[in-house]
Design a protein around this ligand. Structure first.
Ligand SMILES: NC(=O)c1ccc[n+]([C@@H]2O[C@H](COP(=O)([O-])OP(=O)(O)OC[C@H]3O[C@@H](n4cnc5c(N)ncnc54)[C@H](O)[C@@H]3O)[C@@H](O)[C@H]2O)c1
Length: 274
């Protein structure tokens, strides 16, 4: 096919140079991989995270590698902090084109792993804390994004849901599956509304990835257990998410709207047996 300005069709489809992006939860795991690949592709990144020290170090590494990556400390569960994160993005980038509402925490083990994961043992404080970050934190981030994208009549919002929001997941707790399932329908509702403003809203639903979501890296035993829940027989590495991140941020996904895309080694193909 024809080339414009010396760039191939593929380069045009995935051109992220100058794209202004906010990524929450950018200090670690999936959010860090998002920031890494976007900055490497020439996007201008603002990373938000409540871990200020880790975030500053990681964003400095991306800048040392030649990218643009600003660190802004923000707890997504606090509306005022989310608003400050986006005000900082306005300041650093002059606006925002793509938002990855990714920050989240685990909800503790599910009934297949720990007694506290059983319904009868549900701890209300844990329920409230997980929903405040994994659900309220995401809608606050989406709201801040919409406030910018609707008036400018363009933008992409991408939410990190989970396979645990698409089907039962005995490995994780009730608050986590509830929050992630809620995100899937939040994305549909926002996609429908914002389509009128040329803003798209989608989600990714990762299976088990090797991150620090358990508070530390997975050890070999945990990797074996989680890998056993996946048809491919192993956990994913965050590098294996990067292609999908590029697709979702780039012109190549202009007609994708309201979708939740599993990236899970086949984990949603069948129900888990526990
Ligand atoms: N790792 C997996 O297997 C997996 C699977 C499906 C979905 N997810 C989702 O991916 C997202 C990222 O998790 P991860 O696996 O990379 O974990 P991670 O712990 O490695 O990274 C999460 C990052 O989010 C930050 N964070 C947590 N709460 C925050 C808050 N209130 N405000 C701002 N930052 C906050 C943490 O400081 C951390 O830097 C989460 O939404 C998680 O639910 C992870």
């Amino acid at each position: 096919m024809a080339e414009a300005g010396g760039r191939s069709v593929v380069e045009q489809l995935f051109d992220l140079r100058g794209t202004r992006v906010v990524v929450t939860g950018a200090a670690s795991g999936i959010g860090l991989a998002m920031a890494e690949v976007l900055a490497a592709a020439g996007a201008r990144v603002v990373g938000g995270d409540r871990d200020g020290e880790g975030l500053a170090a990681r964003m400095a590494e991306l800048e040392a590698a030649g990218g643009e990556a600003h660190a802004v400390v923000a707890d997504v569960a606090e509306a005022a902090q989310v608003d400050r994160l986006f005000a900082a993005a306005d300041e650093h980038l002059g606006g925002v084109d793509v938002v990855f509402a990714n920050a989240g925490i685990g909800g503790g083990g599910g009934y297949a792993r720990v007694v506290s994961g059983r319904l009868a043992e549900l701890d209300l404080a844990t329920w409230d804390r997980v929903l405040q970050i994994d659900l309220t934190g995401v809608i606050l981030t989406m709201r801040a994004a919409a406030r910018r994208m609707v008036p400018q009549r363009h933008g992409k919002i991408v939410v990190t849901a989970s396979v645990a929001g698409l089907r039962a997941e005995p490995m994780v707790g009730y608050p986590y599956v509830a929050a992630k399932a809620a995100l899937v329908n939040l994305v549909r509702q926002a996609a429908l509304e914002l389509a009128h403003h040329q803003v798209t809203v989608n989600a990714i639903a990762p299976g088990p990835f090797k991150t620090n979501i358990g508070g530390r890296p997975f050890d070999a035993a945990a990797e074996a257990v989680w890998g056993g829940t996946v048809p491919l027989g192993r956990m994913g590495t965050t590098d294996e998410l990067k292609g999908l991140v590029v697709l979702l941020a780039s012109p190549a996904s202009s007609y994708l709207n309201g979708a939740t895309i599993p990236i899970d080694g086949g984990a949603t193909v069948s129900a888990p047996e526990m």
